[in-house]
Design a protein around this ligand. Structure first.
Ligand code: HEC
Ligand code: HEC
Length: 237
């Protein structure tokens, strides 16, 4: 054993190790990591596309569950869908009639593209797709289910979206529960400085139940500077 390993050139050892990883992770066909793909999807695609399993709801591009539901029902497998996704990312159809919202080319490449495409191939159009359960209580679950993390950084949720402002920074001491609720339910009433209007979905006021909205606001208060100096985060309103 000892003698043997000394004889193997370090580079060869590395190659051999790589081969083992390939076989273990990809069943021999692919090395894509769907979990990594999910995170990338939330960061790079979820600001434009709805996908139930990712919890994203943006409507700038097509809803990817709707886009692939028929294909999946007619028997197309994950590999086919994966291929369609890769083709679209590498050369997006230019002709949606609105250059302002056309999909940019090569948002992800290489391994990132493999991972995102595999993730979408696994979930797009799958009936009942839903985000996994997360720790942190009901408000954390609402945050994850609704794709807030795809557009916003929030350290407590481990999210890294940069389409909207960093919630650890913009929610400050003094923001009341009622104010934060308005920011979520009526995002265009006041536009955060330096960010575009009409990007944050306007539908949360309707799609979230009263309790979900309350849980979400409470979660944000407890996990950002908005909660500093408050014991319960209660407000009139
Ligand atoms: C800036 C908004 C935007 C982003 C970001 C974006 N897309 Fe798109 N996407 C669109 C639009 C708009 C369309 C429809 C028209 C087109 O093809 O440009 C589209 C179409 C698609 C389609 C084709 C759906 C169908 O109906 O056949 C797929 C698949 C897709 N996008 C995947 C992705 C993936 C994967 C990412 C992330 C790596 C991504 N998109 C990021 C806007 C976006
Ligand atoms: C598709 C991207 C997107 C999604 C999804 C999204 N947001 Fe936003 N959000 C934005 C953008 C862009 C802004 C800044 C423009 C504005 O104020 O409307 C914003 C603004 C905000 C603000 C106000 C910040 C300030 O300083 O005024 C809060 C709070 C917020 N979002 C929370 C959420 C929560 C909670 C969710 C999930 C329920 C969510 N957002 C989902 C893009 C998004």
């Amino acid at each position: 054993m000892n003698r043997r390993s000394k004889l193997i050139h370090p580079l060869l050892a590395l190659v051999a190790l790589g081969a083992i990883v390939v076989v273990a992770a990809g069943c021999g066909t692919t090395t894509a990591d769907e979990n990594r793909g999910r995170v990338l999807f939330e960061q790079k695609c979820g600001n434009c596309h709805a996908l139930a399993q990712a919890g994203t709801s943006a409507q700038i591009g097509p809803d990817l569950d709707a886009a692939f539901a028929a294909a999946r029902e007619s028997g197309q497998n994950s590999d086919t869908i994966e291929g369609v996704v890769k083709a679209q990312v590498e050369s997006p159809r230019p002709d949606n009639g609105n250059p302002a919202v056309s999909m940019p080319r090569d948002i992800v490449t290489g391994q990132d593209l493999d991972d995102v495409a595999a993730y979408i191939g696994m979930w797009a159009g799958v009936p009942g797709g839903a985000p996994p359960e997360v720790p942190g209580g009901p408000g954390a679950q609402v945050f994850t289910n609704n794709g807030c993390g795809g557009c916003h950084i929030l350290a407590a949720a481990g999210s890294g979206g940069v389409t909207g402002p960093d919630l650890d920074e913009v929610l400050v001491a003094g923001d009341s529960a009622a104010q934060i609720e308005d920011m979520i339910a009526d995002p265009n009433a006041e536009i955060a400085q330096g960010y575009p209007a009409n990007v944050m979905p306007e539908s949360f006021g309707e799609t979230l139940s009263k309790k979900e909205l309350e849980d979400l606001v409470q979660y944000l208060i407890e996990n950002t500077p908005a909660g500093e100096g408050k014991s319960g985060g209660k407000s009139s309103g």
